[in-house]
Write a protein that binds this ligand. Structure first.
Ligand code: HEC
Ligand code: HEC
Ligand code: HEC
Ligand code: HEC
Length: 172
């Protein structure tokens, strides 16, 4: 085989390896930008003491204790008695009970100081809110509740959004 052809082939292989390497380097960024992950309520506690304390007094924060030991392993119960069940989460996230992200959406992208910044919310609350929504924040409306408060729940006796929203929106 002539020498120049070998060099050409080698260059081709090297270029291929480099393209693959760059792809691997960028991969975490790409997947992160697409999919927010569940992080767990403990990550909100430091910045949202008031909401955290209010939530701790609600049944949502103790939803696992409504289940017996066997039910606590049953995917058919965990779906609504935990947070983000079966969805992408940080490996260390503790997601038992109905936590903040069940209503507000998976937080890995919006909970950062780049988005949830006191300064930005003070300066332009509307824009800051829009950025948070773009990063995955959900505005909790009736739809957010009905994911779980529906007739697939074995204890379901109907759900009245207007009558119950005040119990969970941390307003008092
Ligand atoms: C580094 C601090 C910090 C962390 C961590 C944080 N937040 Fe926030 N969050 C803020 C600030 C600052 C605001 C702006 C309003 C304010 O000053 O309370 C805000 C606003 C919000 C709002 C209202 C946003 C809007 O636009 O309507 C929600 C809902 C919220 N946070 C939920 C969460 C949840 C859920 C978590 C945990 C997964 C979390 N935050 C983690 C600092 C933080
Ligand atoms: C579709 C969502 C959903 C599923 C699936 C689900 N639950 Fe629940 N569960 C709820 C909701 C919402 C409540 C609170 C309000 C209600 O009872 O409708 C609740 C409440 C409960 C309560 C407390 C009832 C009370 O009156 O205090 C028990 C016990 C319970 N669930 C057991 C289970 C068991 C056992 C399973 C699995 C076989 C299960 N749930 C599956 C959503 C669900
Ligand atoms: C059952 C659903 C639910 C859960 C769980 C929940 N929230 Fe909320 N949260 C709401 C609703 C509803 C509002 C009011 C939204 C509105 O007025 O537009 C709200 C509002 C907020 C706000 C905006 C500021 C305010 O007080 O109005 C923050 C911050 C917040 N929640 C943080 C949290 C944190 C942190 C947790 C967990 C410790 C949490 N929430 C758990 C439903 C929930
Ligand atoms: C991820 C599932 C899930 C979501 C989302 C959810 N809930 Fe619940 N909710 C539950 C479960 C499970 C219970 C029962 C907890 C228990 O009895 O231990 C419950 C209990 C309650 C209770 C009874 C609390 C008490 O103190 O008696 C109220 C009120 C309630 N939910 C309102 C809401 C509202 C309003 C929303 C939407 C803003 C909402 N929930 C969203 C699963 C959910």
């Amino acid at each position: 085989m002539p020498k120049t052809q070998t060099i050409k082939r080698l260059t081709c292989v090297l270029a291929g390896i480099m393209v693959f390497g760059i792809f691997l380097l960028l991969w975490p960024e790409i997947s992160l930008a697409e999919e927010p992950l569940y992080v767990g309520a403990i990550k909100c506690k430091g910045c949202h003491k008031k909401e955290y304390a209010a939530w701790m007094k609600e049944k949502h924060s103790k939803a696992m204790s409504a289940l017996n030991a066997e039910e606590q392993k049953n995917p058919k119960c965990l779906e609504c008695h935990t947070t983000g069940y079966g969805k992408a989460a940080k490996p260390t996230a503790k997601l038992e009970n109905v936590q903040c992200e069940s209503c507000h959406g998976p937080a890995s992208l919006y909970k950062t100081t780049k988005i949830m910044s006191k300064k930005k919310y003070k300066k332009d609350p509307k824009k800051a809110h829009q950025m948070a929504v773009a990063a995955g924040l959900i505005e909790p409306d009736e739809k957010a509740c009905i994911q779980c408060h529906n007739d697939r729940a074995p204890t379901f006796k109907g759900f009245d959004f207007k009558a119950t929203i005040e119990k969970v929106n941390h307003k008092d």
